[in-house]
Design a protein around this ligand. Sequence first.
Ligand code: PEP
Length: 252
Amino acid sequence: MPTMMVAGNWKMNASIESSAALLEDLVAGATSLSENTQMVVFPPLPYLAQAQQMLQGTAIALGAQNASEHAKGAFTGETSAAMLHDFGVRYVLVGHSERRALYAETDAVVAAKFKAVQAAGMIPVLCIGETLQQRQQNETLLVVNAQLQAVIDAAGVESLGQAVVAYEPVWAIGTGLTASPEQAQEVHGAIRAHVASQAANVAANMQILYGGSVTAATANELFAQTDIDGGLVGGASLEAQSFLAIGQAAQG
Ligand code: PEP
């Protein structure tokens, strides 16, 4: 099993042409990466079939940016986890700060989505992180542990054995500001300790990604930290060379 993960969240950025070009370059470039690192891309929904086809037989896994907490029914505009699974999706982002802030997703909704993704046989990438104001008020660990505990309470601590956690300080997402390696390590260590206090074996094997304006220039130092097991990358994942360079940084 790869010990590092580099995941690219394209957000709402793609066209058929740009998606094809990016995937083509990523597939060509990823062959030089070792099996130590799992690369994952999260294209917008309409491009999943195209990505599934282009990633077939490659080492790059397919992810989706969101899933409904409901299995089926009258939920216009929503997509169930089972539907994503039909298109070869292996990872699904849940609780991304943009979903929490712009679409009012509460901890309860995030936990329900987490469970729906696992029930459909996929791996949730649970995003947690504090706002700038919460950091300034020294509430960072309180906030991330509460966000994590909401999922543990709903799904059980063992469920984290089939999940990935992404620590993403809200103030660092899309802003060009990155947490320093020390700031990130402090929170990653606390997240692992929080889980370890409930299930040491789960904590020891859990992948914790850092996200927030990661670039090829900052990835090396971040990934060298003990409790940082890769990155969740937004902006820098839209360009093949920068995303592959971040993948390279995960090789150590
Ligand atoms: C993200 O979307 O999860 C993210 C970390 O974005 P960016 O790298 O652009 O800050």
